[in-house]
Design a protein around this ligand. Structure first.
Ligand code: ATP
Ligand code: MG
Length: 558
């Protein structure tokens, strides 16, 4: 067991360091990430993954991946597989510690029997509504169920019949016998088992009863010898119950510690809401690039390094806050700036004709692949008489602050030549179809012989060499939610402009070799990656991962 140098960096690592120093646990540190396989993981889960696996790595311990699959109604193997893929992609390894709460169903059942034998659990036959009514409120104590004093023998017999499937759903539950007057509602005889005659994705038809979360979770932690069970703040009130199970059953005592969950501006972070978006086809799937899911972020072009950097930046605290999504984007840009190959692509093209450039001449220019990392080398970019530039890089009657192309104005084409606009051709509707320019042969490579300077540098592609591509631009999935109105339908807050599809884009020919999983910087336009679902060699489809403008570092520069 080792205490790393950064061990005092947050309150959880402090607790763990102290536990190691005081010799509280015999084993090395064991944490766990316990997702319920009822949806895809989102960026909030990434916080928990980075914490649990991060702590285990730092202290030379291990982190288990345990599926909390105790509720067959919404669980599925599709989710199990996606969760494994996402955790691995984030860069973490559970080694051979892959577990399922359903593997413990026999043991959990035996624990429940022990509780009955100790007089600490009983079968209740009240209806669900009555159980709720008897439970009391925060200001009023609950009342004992009329079935609370059933004999141990009756309870054992009934519980076994429940297990054998001799009763219908909802007719009986097994409850812990704790205290119906406890100020903590979680201790008012919580339900341990309910009847669910439903097949389970791993245990099939074997079980007719399924354990409840609190019971299964604390005992699964204990069975696995987890030392520190890190969970989000809403479980703080459940800790007395967590401890109660471990105490009365006299089993290994894991330490539950709560931390604040991640909330991110302009998005939702609940699996139920994300599932609604998928099922009601507001998005194309769990991996839609607008989704805050790990698979959505991956398809959008996020890197695991950026997500880990983000989780490190936000840190671990006890107080719930909302983090600006600009911080996540800032981490992404910081990472991609160092690693992304630079290329040129024109999203909204207009043609430029260089009237003094030879008809059939093709030149090749060397362009730097990444000015932040010269070891990434250069590539050849072809140049010819007809080019595409960005429509917004031209203004027929420019304002005084416009330094790009305009009639009579000279600009630099990146890595190529200086050009000057001499004429504008329009169609009958007044739309500009061609911009005629002259080029200065003495400015080859992008600087003039006479030291003449220009203010603007534009990206471009050669019309006859460029590859036509589709580019998808994304905005926030939800419109601003800061007006405080959390009521109403989620769908009312969907941003109708969250997806813009540009179908007539042109990218430089080197992108014919572009690979899935690489995020490129399109000069002046942001970061882009091939869409892993819809892009084909014959029809390239790019997602804009993020634009270049970093609102976070602007606001937070001191
Ligand atoms: P739901 O949204 O359906 O209530 P959940 O998001 O809590 O579910 P789980 O599968 O139970 O999903 O979560 C697995 C683990 O991830 C839990 O330990 C949970 O505390 C943690 N987790 C979930 N959401 C967040 C979040 N926003 N920030 C930090 N940790 C989270
Ligand atoms: Mg949960």
């Amino acid at each position: 067991m080792s205490i790393p140098d950064n061990s005092a960096s947050d309150f959880i690592r402090n607790i763990i360091s102290n536990d190691i120093n005081s010799g509280k646990f015999d084993s090395s540190i064991i944490t766990r990430f316990p997702p319920e396989p009822n949806g895809y993981l989102h960026i909030g889960h990434a916080k928990s993954i980075c914490l649990n696996f991060g702590v285990a790595n730092e202290y030379g311990g291990i982190c288990h991946l345990r599926f909390d699959d105790t509720n067959p109604t919404r669980e599925d193997v599709e989710y199990v597989e996606s969760i494994k893929t996402d955790v691995k992609w984030l860069g973490y390894d559970w080694q051979d510690h892959l577990y399922f709460a359903s593997d413990y169903f026999d043991q959990l059942y035996d624990f429940a029997v022990v509780l009955i034998e100790k007089g600490l659990a009983y079968v209740d036959s009240l209806s669900a509504d009555d159980i709720r009514r008897y439970r009391g409120t925060l200001t009023e104590p609950g009342q004992d169920s009329p079935y609370r004093d059933r004999s141990i023998e009756d309870n054992l017999a009934l519980f076994e019949q429940m297990k054998k499937g001799q009763f219908e759903d909802g007719t009986h539950v097994l409850r812990a016998k704790i205290d119906m007057a406890s100020p903590n509602l979680n201790l008012r005889d919580p339900t341990l088992y309910r009847i669910r005659k439903m097949p389970h994705h791993r245990t099939g038809d074997i079980w007719k009863i399924y354990p409840m979360y609190d019971f299964a979770h604390s005992l699964s932690d204990s069975i696995e010898g987890v030392t520190h069970s890190l969970c989000t703040l809403e479980f703080e009130d459940h800790r007395p119950l967590y401890d109660w199970f471990l105490d009365v059953l006299q089993v290994h005592r894991s330490q539950q510690i709560e931390f604040a969950r991640l909330n991110l501006s302009n998005t939702v972070m609940s699996k139920r809401m994300l599932r609604d978006l998928v099922e009601n086809r507001h998005v194309s799937g769990w991996d839609d690039p607008r989704m805050p899911t790990i698979s959505g972020l991956r398809r959008r072009g996020y890197t695991p390094e950026a997500i880990r950097m983000f989780c490190h930046e936000i840190g671990i605290a006890k107080r719930d806050t909302e983090v600006e999504s600009a911080l996540l984007e800032h981490c992404l840009r910081t990472n991609l700036n160092l690693t992304a190959p630079r290329v040129m692509g024109v999203i909204d093209p207009v043609k430029v004709v260089l009237i003094n450039y030879p008809e059939d001449l093709v030149e090749e220019f060397d362009a730097v692949n990444n000015p932040e990392d010269l070891s990434m080398g250069t590539r050849k970019v072809p140049f010819s008489r007809e080019l595409f530039i960005e429509r917004e890089d031209f203004m027929e009657t420019p304002s005084s602050k416009f330094f790009r192309l305009a009639p009579g104005k000279e600009v630099r084409l990146r890595a190529a030549y200086y050009i000057t606009c001499v004429d504008v051709i329009k169609n009958v509707d007044g739309l500009i179809t061609e911009i005629h320019c002259t080029y200065d042969p003495d400015s080859r490579g992008g600087s003039s012989l006479d030291g003449r300077r220009v203010r603007g540098t534009l990206h471009w592609v050669s019309a006859k060499h460029a590859i036509k591509a589709e580019i998808r631009l994304y905005g926030d999935l939800f419109v601003d939610t800061t007006d405080g109105d959390n009521g109403g339908l989620l769908t009312d807050r969907l941003n109708p402009h969250s997806l813009t599809v540009m179908t007539e884009c042109y990218v430089e020919p080197s992108l014919a070799e572009s690979s899935q999983g690489v995020t490129y910087q399109f000069e002046r336009q942001g970061y882009f990656c091939l869409d892993s679902v819809d892009s084909t060699p014959g029809q390239l489809v790019f997602n804009r991962t993020v634009s270049l403008r970093d609102s976070w570092s602007k606001v937070n520069k001191s």
